[in-house]
Design a protein around this ligand. Structure first.
Ligand SMILES: Cc1cc2nc3c(=O)[nH]c(=O)nc-3n(C[C@H](O)[C@H](O)[C@H](O)COP(=O)(O)OP(=O)(O)OC[C@H]3O[C@@H](n4cnc5c(N)ncnc54)[C@H](O)[C@@H]3O)c2cc1C
Length: 338
């Protein structure tokens, strides 16, 4: 019988864990990991430390490129999956190559969310999701003494720590999306604003960006209501949304993320989703939850691989660890102190 071919889309914590678990359980199968990222799997939550200059790029990597080869896992970096054909069990890559599979795990994670009203200024605002983003921050910060952060999700708080470490002047526009995915309430909002202020950060409450314009010297003129700020860099931090646009016409059930059952199956034999892109059914709360955080992603990647390999393992998440934020049920392993 021909060997089975398993494909994992994504080489973040969920995808990497899925691929190595598949290999652990099935020494014979062909395993391909496809990632639009350039590098081996790294630890995303160390990116702010790279920006702060506290660590070097090599400190980010949990495993080397060699370890994929040693485990007979084919890693295809810089390759983006742009379509999924459920009838033929095929994925289509951006350069038109078509790969067929016997089993598929989708672990494509999230991508930074930019609110509609700011999309026009997308190119002038920086986010921090990938290693490439971190390198851009490092480079741009060499010429920028001041940074304006808009939004205020968890990533922005860790990045702000890095900026303080670098003695940058930070202004912060906190709005009602602040601290997503943490539960928004007035007291938390005030406390966060106070903590930022105590650290020497200028906090602007409930203010709206009217315009961002790049000046000839490379700095940015930002009109915030009737006030004008001039800053070196603008960062946009409104949380992450699942990076699943390429599945829009696939026939998979999609809501906020890819809808999966308690075994992480998408409703099609041998296809699973794991990590930040999955939205998982919980039989006790009779609703779907999404996962955020490094440890969750790894755990889900492992579960998906075990199930694809023949198991029927369920995600054991206690209903009380799932909380609702703006209509979305969330379970996160990501807590941060600022
Ligand atoms: C700056 C930062 C700090 C963080 N800090 C913490 C923290 O302190 N604690 C914590 O628990 N969590 C933290 N997180 C969150 C944590 O990193 C994520 O929850 C985790 O990485 C999710 O893993 P994932 O594998 O689901 O997705 P991701 O890590 O997003 O990986 C997705 C992978 O899919 C690939 N991909 C996407 N689309 C395609 C496609 N179409 N074709 C091919 N490949 C594709 C990407 O290139 C990537 O390899 C942080 C995240 C960031 C960005």
């Amino acid at each position: 019988m021909a060997e089975k071919h398993f494909i994992v889309i994504g080489n973040g914590p969920a995808g990497k864990e899925a691929a190595f678990t598949l290999r652990e359980r099935d020494p014979e199968s062909r395993i391909t990991v496809i990632s639009k990222g350039r590098a081996s799997s790294y630890t995303p939550h160390l990116l702010p430390d790279l920006v702060a200059g506290k660590i070097q790029e090599e400190d980010l990597y949990g495993c080397s490129l060699n370890s994929y080869a040693e485990n007979d896992i084919k890693l295809r970096c810089c390759q983006e999956v742009v379509d999924l054909n459920l009838l033929k069990n095929e994925v289509v890559l951006e350069h038109k190559e078509v790969l067929s599979f016997d089993g598929l795990i989708i672990a494509v994670g999230g991508t930074p969310r930019i609110p509609e009203n700011l999309l026009a200024y997308k190119d002038l605002m920086y986010t921090l999701k990938t290693l490439e983003d971190a390198k851009i921050w490092v480079k741009k910060l060499q010429q920028s003494e001041s940074v304006l952060i808009i939004g205020g999700d968890l990533t922005s708080l860790v990045l702000t720590k890095a900026l303080i470490h670098l003695n940058k002047k930070v202004s912060f526009i906190l709005n009602e999306d602040a601290f997503w995915p943490l539960r928004y309430d007035d007291d938390l909002f005030k406390e966060a604003a106070q903590r930022l202020t105590d650290k020497g950060i200028k906090v602007l409450y409930d203010r709206n960006i009217k315009k961002i314009e790049q000046l000839q010297d490379g700095t940015n003129k930002v009109q915030v209501d009737d006030q004008v700020l001039q800053v070196g860099m603008v960062g946009a931090f409104f949380g992450l949304v699942p990076d699943i646009g390429f599945l829009a016409h696939s026939g998979l059930r999609i809501d906020r993320g890819i809808l999966v059952d308690k075994h992480l199956n998408v409703g099609v034999e041998n296809i699973y989703a794991a990590g930040d892109c999955a939205q998982i059914y919980h039989p006790d709360i009779k609703d779907y939850w999404i996962s955020i955080g490094y440890e969750n992603a790894r755990m889900l990647g492992r579960t998906a691989a075990l199930n694809l390999n023949c198991g029927c393992r369920e995600e054991e998440v206690k209903p009380e660890s799932i909380f609702e934020v703006q209509g979305i049920n969330i379970n996160t392993t990501w807590w941060t102190e600022f």
